[in-house]
Design a binder for this molecule. Structure first.
Ligand code: ZN
Length: 189
């Protein structure tokens, strides 16, 4: 990542909005923003499937669900954060992966300029390609700061997206099982 370019660009924005980049409080801001962007966009150019390459063979062929993985991403239309939780389910076909690897996949894909819809399908597609399971499902619930701190200003509203692949797409009962596990986990039923 070209940190010098981010530093220069941030300084230009500070000037352009009518502030003084040499004011004490703003002096270190371009450098801090460059370090921050390097961190929150660390997923650019990283292949999330690599995380799934260390899976192991296992006869387990029942649904595995990881609920409410927290994530932070950046809306590519406004470069403002959207954040929330992702829940992932898959039914292995002889191959499983450590739970933390699923969270890593979410992290890598979230750390890019993103859209919630695309993030949701990319997680599902990564699972399908990386684990060749019988199916995968992803639900993401997120708050978008571009909706809540500007624009239509609806604080607390969340956007829900889902993606179903394989057996989750084919069988309503499988989808229903996935959603019921998520609801149970939250004590909603
Ligand atoms: Zn936005």
């Amino acid at each position: 990542m070209d940190k010098d370019k981010i530093v220069a660009a941030t300084k230009a924005i500070i000037e352009a909005v009518g502030e003084d980049p040499d004011r004490e409080g703003l002096l270190g801001t371009p450098d801090r923003v460059a370090d921050m962007y390097a961190e929150i966009f660390a997923g650019i150019g990283v292949d999330p499937k690599e995380e799934l390459s260390v899976g192991f063979e296992e006869a387990h062929e029942e649904m595995v669900v990881l609920c409410d993985i927290p994530f932070y991403s950046m809306c590519e239309h406004h470069l403002l954060p959207f954040h929330g939780v992702a829940s992932i389910g898959y039914i292995p076909k002889g191959r499983v992966v450590g739970i933390s690897k699923l969270a890593r996949v979410v992290d890598i894909l979230a750390r890019r300029p993103q859209l919630q819809e695309r993030l949701t399908s990319q997680i599902a597609d990564t699972l399908m390609e990386g684990l060749s399971p019988r199916g995968a499902a992803v639900v993401i619930e997120a708050e978008h700061l571009c909706m809540t701190m500007r624009g239509i200003k609806k604080p607390g509203s969340t956007v829900v997206t889902s993606a179903n692949r394989g057996i989750f797409r084919q069988k309503a009962a499988t989808r229903a099982e996935f959603f019921s596990i998520i609801r149970q986990k939250r004590g909603l039923q």
